[in-house]
Design a protein around this ligand. Structure first.
Ligand code: SF4
Ligand code: SF4
Length: 441
């Protein structure tokens, strides 16, 4: 497929347009400061520059600040998880995520992207076979470099990779991704009468492939037809979060084109970040799509949902809280930001857990406070990410659970790292894993 020709926001005209559209968004901030109370970054640093109000002050003078010191502006903007907590708590309804995404795009357009980011966003993520090949090879060769860190949590450490990974405790890569193992899937609707497009997302495809397997098992069990083309690519969020709107649009266009080939009722994913990105960010760029793509984006965003929402709200699985087994495991649930704050999904995962006889749900304090992962935020601001994650870990262990459950693979990775580094023997699972385990077969 040829590269999509969208204007790179680096031309003077594009940059000026971005600035004007930012100005229109910034005026709605009333400077009330209510975003401070919920911002996980501010909660660690207590720096006004780190919270939305401080960033908005910076953006009011963006052109001037960028000319003065583009690197410093970039650093200040990136000290943010894009968790959406501030937007969910803003009494003036400021469209904060739109502001941050436009501002990052402006800065990246002005100063350009680093070579590694360009390579990943433009030459790796758009090519699923290459991406699968590289992660598969890593999965095969990683063994001698990894040392078990915490068996119960399922993490390893790699001394030789310390310059890249720092202190992180990581899960090992499987030798085959979910998409390599299954190739294309196209099955007819069964007893449910429904067919879905399965969008695994990069992390549940290549790292936590068990989440995609659990999703497929649940769909098969309920007689839901599945469409999963082999040429699906990344949903685009890593590129967008780095301000690379051109790479983001190339990725979305590829996905739109392959998904438009089939008829299905819903698009489901076990990745809350992918679901939120498709629903919120794909339509932000309507002006850059072709007329056909615009219609496809409208249709896709309306059909997209998280797997737990699909199971409870569409399939209407039985969520009657049942009698618990005598040896039911005590578990606690972490609300992923993209699942609760972006998609409004918090009751459905809890309903699934409470319906399972083998699990007893106990709420942790601040269940919906961000875990600190934030994708690239974890890569570039690991110290801060860890401080935020430690608060989440302390909240988890305060209720003495036997496992912690969440609905987003990025949170899963962060919670595993935090619990493992604290020597806590608490495994982390996705809701759909619990549900699939309860099914026969
Ligand atoms: S809560 Fe909203 S209106 Fe208040 S300072 Fe933050 S962004 Fe501005
Ligand atoms: S998106 Fe999250 S981390 Fe960023 S300013 Fe808002 S609350 Fe803070």
């Amino acid at each position: 497929m040829p590269e999509k020709t969208v204007p790179r926001p680096g031309s003077l005209r594009e940059l000026a347009q971005l600035l004007m559209s930012l100005d229109n968004l910034l005026v709605s901030c009333m400077r009330c400061g209510l975003c401070q109370a919920v911002c996980p970054v501010y909660g660690c640093t207590f720096r006004e520059a780190d919270v939305t109000r401080g960033k908005i002050s910076l953006l009011e003078n963006l052109a001037h600040e960028v000319i003065k010191d583009a690197n410093s502006v970039d650093d200040r903007l990136n000290r943010c998880l894009l968790c959406g907590s501030c937007q969910a708590n803003c009494p003036s309804g400021v469209n904060i995520m739109e502001i941050f995404i436009k501002a990052r795009s402006f800065v990246a357009g002005y100063r350009g992207l680093g070579a590694i980011k360009r390579l990943i966003f433009r030459h790796l993520l758009p090519h699923p076979r290459l991406f699968n090949f590289l992660t598969g090879i890593t999965g095969v060769l990683q063994g001698p470099f990894l040392k078990v860190a915490n068996r119960r949590v399922g993490t390893s450490k790699a001394a030789v990779l310390k310059p890249f990974l720092g202190e992180r405790h990581i899960p090992s890569l499987p030798s085959k991704s979910f998409s390599s193992r299954h190739g294309s899937i196209d099955t007819a609707a069964g007893k449910s009468g429904l067919k879905v497009a399965l969008f695994p997302g990069c992390v549940p495809d290549k790292l936590f492939e068990r989440l995609s397997e659990a999703t497929l098992k649940a769909l098969n069990y309920h007689g839901v037809g599945v469409f999963m083309p082999a040429d699906l690519v990344c949903c685009g969020i890593p590129a967008l979060a780095s301000g690379d709107s051109q790479a983001f649009l190339n990725l979305t266009s590829k996905n739109i084109q392959v998904l438009a080939k089939a008829e299905f009722d819903y698009l489901v994913t076990p990745c809350a970040t992918c679901a939120a990105n498709i629903k919120e960010n794909w339509p932000r760029f309507m002006a850059s799509y072709t007329e056909t793509e615009k219609k496809d984006v409208d249709s896709l965003t309306a059909k997209t949902m998280d797997i737990t929402q699909f199971l409870v709200s569409v399939l209407k699985i039985d969520t009657t809280p049942g009698t618990k087994n005598s040896n039911a495991q005590k578990v606690t649930y972490h609300d992923s930001c993209h699942l609760k704050k972006s998609l409004g999904v918090s009751a459905q995962p809890r309903a699934i857990i409470q319906s399972l006889p083998g699990y007893e749900l106990v709420e942790m304090p601040e269940a919906d406070r961000c875990c600190g992962n934030g994708g690239s935020f974890n890569l570039f601001h690991y110290g801060l990410s860890k401080d935020i994650g430690q608060r989440k870990r302390n909240n988890i262990v305060s209720v003495h659970p036997e496992a912690v459950i969440c609905g987003c693979p990025a949170c899963l990775m962060q919670l595993m790292d935090m619990l493992s580094q604290n020597n806590d023997d608490i495994p982390v699972k996705h809701v759909v894993e619990l549900y699939a385990d309860s099914l026969p077969g």
